[in-house]
Write a protein that binds this ligand. Structure first.
Ligand SMILES: CC(C)(COP(=O)(O)OP(=O)(O)OC[C@H]1O[C@@H](n2cnc3c(N)ncnc32)[C@H](O)[C@@H]1OP(=O)(O)O)[C@@H](O)C(=O)NCCC(=O)NCCS
Length: 180
């Protein structure tokens, strides 16, 4: 979509508007967060992450359908890597491409930020998220033992292709709504 349409918050063909997360969004984000994770982030964590956006250390987006927030996600910038810290979609809106849209936007933003790689941790049991990440070229690179609640292992996944022109083509194929 054009930069102007994006700035004006116009919906794309999928009916979604994706825009930076603000403090005013947090109350609506929290129920999705609580439904998504056994150890959900608090409002305070979201506020501090949003604060770090101002310093260019983080980038968080929400996806809304009309006035309803249906998903969100974000990255932490570490040198020239972007670490996906959170991505979640309202249960009744899953399998509609919303996480794909958010991750595509975040990947484009990471590219614009000069990042060469994306990385994240995901629960061994979270096969849905792993399938999503594989679509984006993430591959498992290791395991952090008992990373979650000192019980469940995390798979560390990396996508090292961000600087490649072919990766931009992959993003355009995955999510034609976002084309930079
Ligand atoms: C993981 C999550 C963000 C995916 O969101 P979503 O909007 O449903 O994902 P999409 O519709 O964009 O799915 C894209 C692809 O990911 C894979 N995928 C997503 N959900 C899946 C599921 N439940 N089972 C298998 N594959 C799945 C599929 O390949 C899917 O493509 P398809 O629908 O054409 O088959 C969502 O399930 C969620 O919010 N889970 C709880 C929070 C969470 O686990 N976040 C990740 C933490 S690491």
């Amino acid at each position: 979509m054009s930069v102007l349409a994006r700035l004006l918050g116009k919906p794309t063909d999928d009916g979604l508007v994706v825009e930076p997360m603000r403090r005013r969004h947090v109350a609506e984000v929290l129920p999705i967060e609580h439904a998504s994770y056994p150890r959900p982030w608090t409002a305070g964590v979201f506020h501090s992450e949003i604060e770090m956006m101002r310093r260019g250390e983080r980038h968080y987006l929400i996806a809304r359908d009309g006035n309803e927030i249906v998903g969100y996600g974000g990255v932490m910038f570490v040198v020239d890597d972007a670490h996906v810290t959170n991505i979640a979609v309202a249960a009744r809106r899953q399998r509609q491409g919303i996480a794909t849209r958010l991750l595509a936007e975040l990947a484009w933003d990471a590219i614009d930020h000069g990042c060469v790689a994306l990385t994240l941790e995901v629960r061994v049991s979270n096969t849905a998220a792993q399938a999503l990440y594989r679509e984006f070229g993430f591959v498992p690179a290791g395991v952090r033992k008992r990373y979650y609640e000192n019980v469940e292992d995390a798979i560390v996944m990396w996508c090292n292709d961000l600087a490649l022109p072919e990766y931009r083509d992959r993003l355009r194929e995955l999510c034609p709504e976002v084309d930079r």
